[in-house]
Design a protein around this ligand. Sequence first.
Ligand code: NDP
Length: 310
Amino acid sequence: LIRILFSAGNGDWPEWEDPLRAALAHEGVAAELSAELPPGEADLLIWSPASAIRDLTSFPRLKAVFSLWAGVEKVPGLTTLTVPLARMVDPGMSAAMAEWVTGHVLRHHLGLDPVVRGLKGEWRGLPVPPPARSRQVGILGMGELGRAAGRMLSGIGFPVTGWARHGADSAFARIESGEAGLARVLGAAEILVLLLPLTGATRGLLDAARLQLCRRGQVIINAGRGGLIEEAALLAALDTGQIGHATLDVFAAEPLPPDHVFWRHPKITVSPHVAAATNPATAAPALVANLAGFLRGEGLKNRVDPDHGY
Ligand code: NDP
């Protein structure tokens, strides 16, 4: 009998228990699933950063860890982890992220703010947006979420260029790589979407020098992690008009402190890390299918490479 420990935030177990049990039954996995297993008995661990477990080395029987979050930068001892770690890939989350990103791209593309704020009785002409096909969108990070967003934006007509560690061409985007590729994406995009993981290589990626490479007046939409952008450099670039606006869903410190300058900055939109949540209804079947395949010896999907941190 396989013993699975679920350890996440206080409110998570009631939300996850039924979908996980149903998925285990569906996959034919005979397992004891519990939120209260002693560490010494757990064969598998389902974990989120809201868990009280801060040391994954104290599990003598542990064979694999399944993260409830797509971002794994908070997994304790990530770079030295010896058991395989799977991150969350949830079709429901990918769809939600694509919609959130598309909504915020369209806000800026169409110039919706004056109308949404209200014209206060003043009937007047507003700038006519160019067609989507002449508005270049760049996406840094073309993984599960970046590709989902890119596919949707490209479907609307936006030319999409992505940036990833490995360059490639997909049906809907050219994917650049390397420093020169990054400079090309930054320089071309009128709207730039960040969907990179936070790793040793991506922390502070958008610093003062790289913000200078951005197309002037660029709108930045960050749904990856706050640490991808250097805050002081972003504020300076907004002041000079080098960056036109920043819509931020993620922050170096969360919750964003109430007195943080971002809250009241006229060129910053603060979104409280809501772009795409893991949805148990779709995520539990996906997680358990991966878990079942792992137990059958088929290997682990969505496996995090500790050397690269994602
Ligand atoms: P993936 O691992 O599927 O994709 C990561 C992408 O980033 C890949 O394209 C990868 O390149 C690229 N990448 C990683 N490191 C580098 C680097 N050093 N240089 C260039 N490209 C790099 O992750 P997901 O798409 O599932 O998720 C992305 C991030 O989104 C998560 O890590 C998390 O931080 C964030 N997130 C935010 C949420 C929110 O609500 N705001 C919700 C969920 C996730 P390659 O393809 O070559 O490997």
